[in-house]
Design a protein around this ligand. Structure first.
Ligand SMILES: [Zn+2]
Length: 134
């Protein structure tokens, strides 16, 4: 991505967030193991449950483009403190990258880092026969 940092991509995505109901704008940048970077923004809807978070927005864009292995996710939001992904996004990301590194920047200038395994220690998984597995 021509000199753009993951944070730059996340900031650009946040500027495109559609959040007329919560006014909470989030941008994400998801980097694949091959170095491709995908931006995502939260997109709300009048039917609240239909909205999608920035993290899953980036994920579906990446998977649609053919990438399924990821090593880092960078988040920016309107939160003062660095915001962690919601539970739904943790589960969605764990399908593809259980060891994902997550970096979040708060408006207060602080940065937080986690591994996805740390944020979601017991992901929901199915085996080849679609039976729950540990
Ligand atoms: Zn989420």
């Amino acid at each position: 991505m021509s000199g753009e940092s993951l944070r730059d991509v996340a900031e650009k995505a946040r500027s495109n967030a559609y959040a007329p109901y919560s006014s909470f704008h989030v941008g994400a940048a998801l980097r694949s193991a091959t170095g491709n970077v995908y931006g995502g923004a939260n997109v709300e809807n009048a039917s609240f449950g239909v909205g999608i978070c920035a993290e899953r927005s980036a994920l579906v864009t990446a998977v649609t483009a053919g990438d399924r292995n990821f090593d880092e996710l960078v988040l920016v939001s309107d939160a003062t403190e660095p915001a962690a992904p919601c539970g739904a996004c943790r589960q969605a990301l764990s399908e593809f990258a259980p060891a994902l590194r997550i970096v979040s920047h708060g408006l207060n200038g602080k940065t937080a880092e986690w591994s996805l395994a740390e944020l979601l220690p017991h992901q929901f998984k199915l085996d080849e026969q679609n039976r729950f597995t540990e």
